[in-house]
Design a protein around this ligand. Structure first.
Ligand SMILES: C[S@@+](CC[C@H](N)C(=O)[O-])C[C@H]1O[C@@H](n2cnc3c(N)ncnc32)[C@H](O)[C@@H]1O
Length: 340
């Protein structure tokens, strides 16, 4: 079985229209760097190889020494939670989390931040992945007596939706989610896209609300590329999801890709790339796609803006910087922003 092209075997498919059109734009070169959100997948049947969420956790377990972003961010959140709550200065808040992610992330980041607020009134989790929402709600309601919890399964970057009115909304976003934005690596800093998304978040929060966000500001190519080196299995799993969910027909082999992280200093971006290992011709949504051996494709970005630049961009989107904290290595910044 090792060399069988599994694309040619009968298989269950679960076509997702939005995913299919994102994938088609990716392979046809119309867009780049916009597939990161689809990496956190879940299996849909027994023996399903599509399991990005699980492989992400495996990556973290096995590469935590190189992936400084996670331990440094966790420490920073845990050390500053009370100071963050203090500078917001309200006794009763609603915490709205954009992309809570896995249980581990909820235990290590969300819960310590909620503890800083002592008595959060309501916790709202928004994520594309249903099981993440379920876990986040269960964990929070188990630990905070009387805290209402709500899960919203929406795309907070691209869908417009309204939240109920809350007195002091504090939106939190951890794990670099805002930095996974579309863009070609040589196009420079994705300022327009960042402003657009921050404006979207600003309008969800409403006047007087707060936004607490962490970002990696490291600019050292060696430690950055090393941090992402071990993500191969996780990154390549997305190609199996293409086969399962992207309405693909023909000679598409999910194993014919190689993952490589590449740092583009002018764009402040660690770009997640695939190198195509052999020629392939297939169709997505009935549109022909042709890939050539050694072609390089850019499927995700992890933008790492200098903190002052991030503050300037946030100001354009209507946020005033209340305070900024740094981790011990001065790489991860935690911003407390107010919707001014
Ligand atoms: C980079 S992970 C961060 C997870 C976690 N907060 C952490 O710190 O590890 C991004 C999370 O946001 C979710 N996500 C990414 N893009 C999204 C979008 N556009 N709309 C809703 N959820 C999204 C993913 O499913 C995932 O749970």
């Amino acid at each position: 079985m090792a060399d069988t092209n599994i694309a040619l075997l009968p298989r269950p498919t679960f076509t997702d229209e939005k995913f299919s059109s994102d994938v088609l734009e990716f392979f046809s070169g119309v867009k780049a760097g916009h597939l990161g959100q689809w990496e956190y997948s879940e299996p849909k049947f027994s023996n399903d190889v599509v399991r990005g969420g699980e492989l992400w956790r495996k990556f973290l377990r096995e590469h935590i020494n190189d992936y400084y972003i996670l331990p440094n961010e966790i420490r920073l959140i845990q050390e500053t939670a009370f100071s963050v709550a203090e500078c917001i200065g309200k006794s009763s808040v609603t915490v709205i989390e954009l992309g809570p992610g896995s249980k581990e992330s909820v235990y290590f980041k969300t819960i310590p931040m909620l503890k800083g607020f002592l008595n959060p009134q309501t916790y709202v989790a928004i994520d594309l992945v249903g099981s993440y929402l379920k876990d986040a709600k269960r964990i929070v309601s188990g630990l905070f007596d009387g805290c209402n919890t709500l899960g919203i399964q929406k795309d907070f970057f691209n869908e417009s939706f309204c939240l109920p009115h809350y007195d002091t909304p504090v939106m939190i976003m951890f794990g670099g989610t805002l930095c996974n934005l579309s863009g070609f690596p040589n196009d420079g800093f994705s300022i327009k896209e960042t402003i657009k998304i921050l404006r979207n978040i600003r309008s969800l929060i409403g006047d007087g609300g707060y936004f607490v966000i962490t970002q990696d500001t490291n600019q050292d190519p060696i430690s950055i590329e090393r941090a992402y080196q071990g993500q191969g299995e996780f990154a390549l799993n997305l190609m199996h999801r293409v086969l399962r969910d992207a309405n693909v027909e023909g000679d598409f082999d999910p194993k014919a890709f190689e993952f490589k992280p590449r740092w583009f200093s002018k764009s402040y971006s660690l770009v997640h790339s695939y190198t195509v290992k052999r020629d392939m011709r297939f169709r997505i949504n009935e549109t022909p796609v042709e890939l050539k051996e050694n072609q390089v494709l850019y499927f995700n970005n992890s933008y790492k803006y200098p903190s002052e630049l991030f503050k300037r961009v946030a100001a354009i989107a209507g946020f005033q910087s209340v305070r900024m904290f740094f981790d011990k290595d001065k790489r991860i910044a935690l911003h407390v922003l107010k919707a001014a």
